[in-house]
Design a protein around this ligand. Structure first.
Ligand SMILES: Nc1ncnc2c1ncn2[C@@H]1O[C@H](COP(=O)(O)OP(=O)(O)OP(=O)(O)O)[C@@H](O)[C@H]1O
Length: 780
């Protein structure tokens, strides 16, 4: 090898979409170039406009555009492929520069700006002399064809139209990190279409900054939320050091595996290119517990996975599993496992325990229960029946209501792990609507004691109860470890052979994990947190927590500092959605817009700065006459979407529509009805989303909103979004009069559910209803 070749991220993304014949020729090109960049067949020449860019022949029609990036430590010259273009798109105004904020190499193609803005700026793209076809040679200044993604015709904006970014100056844009070649033209943009076109082709930081400004963020907000997190410290003279800039740039090294890389296409992107904000969060060393927040699709799970991979790579060799990766949602555990296994080698994967939080708690209970003494789990609905029986027997005056007592038990007694009556008398009851006097607390405690005794006698317990019991065992275990360590410290280290607690069980007691990574953290209960806290010794990088409280769909609000987890000063936020289009995101954000959300601690959280660079059709809101009408319209839309998905691509390949579309409903009964009607009346096959993933082999996934957490679909329909269903008025109306705080909590949960559901869609979203629409829909 005489040259090392790397692939710029945007070039790689463009290559995924190219015809396979071009890809094959590109592999051959790379092979030849790495062996001899000066090979005459390649015809490597600098571009006339920017001599930092060279073009080389892939075949008679296609060109690789390359930037030389110094010489590596081994003396091998380094080249970066910044684009692969048809020769008619190679023109003098292409440029390469080093960004003044990120220090990354950026390729700027003015073709992305769109004809209307170029015209306003008085810029005419000129074919590179070496690429002029003979006919064009006669008309030297004929405008060049611009690349396909920029060829969308934008109507000429009115000459007098006000620039979209009128509130900014060129210096502001420079300071925010907009690529120099795009500063002046950005200020000439006068419509959203023009801005979208510019953003679609601009380098990453420029695209984000312009999107933020276009969405109405102030220069200061963009600086704080977009530019600063992406900034790096740069030495004087950095502008000319392409070798150093290459190290800072997200690239793929071209080696013999390139064929597999390109075959994996877009599915691979998350493994390789972390956004600078994501990367910083992944790579930072934290003195203790840390947290990442961010709206749906901003890559919290991706960050959690990379964080796990990084921690695993830093482990001392061994055979144990010092890292726990856990999540609240059962069907996401399998997804975490498969993603992590594609990110790290099997030997590192073997060091990570990937477990659903309830399975983890069950493991602790099994370990601590004598054979035959285990309790089986009971669902909340059944447990409430048992509580109802207790009330029937012990509360003849009907002073207490089952719902109220069950809520008090889960939220206050289990929620705060209150072990004694005295603890309960002293407990604060935040978020609980009805105040309780001391005698009332006494009576509540007595009834709930009867209730738990009854469950015990049945050898049953609820999920919440089992989590709480597991937390107690783990806290006790942690206490023993701490006590032993303290005693050891007291006697100045050495062995504790002479002490009473030297049984091997205690002697070899260790914390279960060195690092714990938690995804979907917003739904964990206080007991879960106490268990996790006790499972890892407090210390650097002990807990890494990813979650978004706007997506909390179970009634649990925990302040981490009250369960011994201190994230203050170690919390970061992601704002760029990789999943959802800006159009969907705008509407979804309105669903939760007015409510206040906690930050898993004492503060509040909001979605400010949440944005996307993806564009697509506006979500559709469809009022239907009745159920039949709703299903008929749904079926028609699913068929249309199917047609779009299966339309042959440029290279003739046809995508399999299975699992690309989904229908989301409020409850299981409705899911069944939709599946039956789609199949019987419209011939559409479906698969039902269960705890263990989709069941049944049909094309369209159907499930309740709870099941959609953490998932994503190219096209998504939410049906039955009517008032009375969202929220479930029949179930919660009673709280409006008896327990206003509970009522508020129920409303918020419903609102969050709709938010979660709507943000599962990648590029198309349909929401329909019959009767009155849900009050949470952004149509009111
Ligand atoms: N750096 C990246 N490059 C490419 N794709 C990314 C990147 N980060 C995230 N993604 C993609 O964005 C999508 C959303 O990511 P992820 O599921 O991690 O988001 P999230 O914040 O956990 O979402 P949610 O809160 O809705 O569960 C996924 O398809 C993921 O592969």
């Amino acid at each position: 090898m005489t040259a090392r070749l790397s692939l710029y991220q945007k070039a790689e993304n463009e290559l995924y979409k190219m015809d396979s014949s071009v890809k094959t020729k590109f592999y051959d090109f790379c092979h030849l170039f790495r062996n001899d960049p000066g090979h005459p067949k390649l015809d490597l020449k600098p571009l006339k406009g920017d001599r930092r860019i060279y073009h080389a022949k892939i075949d008679p029609s296609y060109r690789a555009l390359l930037a030389p990036a110094g010489v590596g430590p081994d003396g091998v010259e380094q080249w970066l492929v910044v684009a692969v273009r048809h020769r008619k798109h190679v023109y003098e105004e292409l440029s390469v520069a080093i960004n003044r904020v990120t220090g990354e190499i950026e390729f700027v193609d003015l073709g992305v700006v769109g004809q209307s803005v170029l015209k306003r700026a008085g810029i005419q793209l000129t074919p590179d002399p070496a690429e002029r076809v003979p006919l064009e040679a006669a008309a030297v200044r004929e405008p060049v064809a611009v690349p396909e993604f920029a060829a969308v015709s934008t109507p000429d904006a009115e000459p007098s139209a006000v620039p979209l970014l009128a509130a900014c100056t060129a210096d502001d844009l420079r300071r925010l990190g907009v690529a120099e070649a795009l500063v002046e033209v950005s200020l000439l943009v006068t419509s959203d279409d023009e801005l979208d076109q510019l953003v679609a082709g601009a380098p990453r930081l420029t695209a984000e900054v312009l999107t933020g400004l276009g969405a109405g963020m102030s220069v200061e907000e963009v600086e704080n939320e977009i530019t600063r997190p992406a900034a790096t410290v740069l030495e004087p003279g950095f502008e000319d050091d392409m070798g150093a800039a290459l190290i800072r740039t997200a690239v793929t090294t071209v080696d013999d595996d390139l064929r597999n890389v390109l075959a994996e296409g877009d599915f691979r992107a998350w493994k390789v290119y972390l956004h600078p904000t994501q990367r910083k969060i992944v790579e930072r060393n934290y003195s203790g517990a840390a947290r990442v927040s961010g709206g749906p699709g901003t890559g919290k799970t991706i960050v959690a996975l990379h964080r796990t991979a990084r921690l695993a790579a830093q482990l001392q060799p061994g055979r144990d599993k010092p890292i726990l990766l856990t999540t609240y949602t059962k069907n996401l555990t399998a997804d975490l496992r498969s993603r992590l296994s594609s990110l790290i080698t099997p030997d590192l994967l073997a060091r990570v325990d990937i477990k659903h939080i309830d399975i983890l708690a069950q493991g602790v209970l099994n370990e601590n229960s004598a054979a035959g003494a285990q309790r089986s789990l009971i669902g909340d609905a059944q447990a409430k029946e048992v509580l109802g029986e207790i009330l029937f027997e012990h509360d003849p005056q009907r002073r207490w209501d089952t719902e109220f007592l069950f809520d008090e038990w889960e939220q206050v007694i289990l929620g705060q792990s209150l072990a004694t009556r005295q603890d309960y008398f002293k407990a604060r009851r935040p978020g609980m609507g009805r105040a309780l006097t001391r005698p009332e607390r006494g009576s509540v405690w007595q009834l709930l004691e009867q209730f738990t005794l009854r469950l015990n006698s049945m050898k049953r317990e609820t999920w919440a109860q089992s989590a709480e019991r597991a937390a107690r065992y783990e806290m006790e275990r942690a206490r023993k470890i701490r006590e032993r360590a303290d005693r050891k410290a007291e006697i100045g280290g050495g062995d504790l052979k002479h002490l009473d607690d030297n049984s091997s069980a205690i002697r070899y007691l260790r914390h279960r994990y060195q690092h714990i990574v938690v995804d979907e953290a917003q739904d964990l209960s206080a007991a879960h947190w106490k268990m996790l806290r006790a499972m890892a010794a407090p210390g650097p990088n002990d807990l890494f927590i990813a979650g978004d409280t706007h997506q909390r769909i179970y009634d649990r609000q925990v302040t981490l500092s009250t369960v011994g987890i201190n994230i203050r000063g170690k919390a970061s936020k992601l704002t760029l959605s990789y999943r959802t289009t800006q159009e969907i995101l705008d509407q979804a954000a309105k669903v939760v817009g007015d409510s206040t959300y906690d930050d898993l601690d004492d503060g509040t959280e909001n979605l400010s700065g949440y944005h996307s660079l993806l564009r697509g059709p506006a979500p559709e809101f469809v009022a239907c006459m009745d159920w039949d009408d709703e299903i008929t319209r749904l079926a028609a839309r699913l068929k249309l979407w199917r047609e779009e998905i299966t339309r042959p691509g440029e290279d003739g390949t046809v995508r399999d529509p299975s699992g690309a579309m989904a229908v989301c409903v409020a409850d299981g009964d409705m899911a069944g009805r939709v599946a039956a009607d789609l199949s019987l009346k419209h011939g559409i096959t479906t698969a039902t989303l269960t705890k263990d993933g989709p069941q049944g082999g049909g094309e369209v996934h159907i499930g309740t909103m709870h099941r959609f957490k953490g998932l994503e679909y190219q096209k998504l329909a939410i049906v039955g979004a009517s008032d009375g269903i969202l929220p479930r008025t029949a179930l919660i109306e009673k709280f409006a009069h008896t327990d206003s705080k509970r009522y508020e909590r129920e409303l918020k949960q419903s609102r969050n559910l709709l938010f979660v559901a709507a943000t599962r869609a990648r590029d198309a979203l349909l929401i329909s209803w019959h009767g009155a629409p849900s009050p949470f829909l952004p149509i009111h």
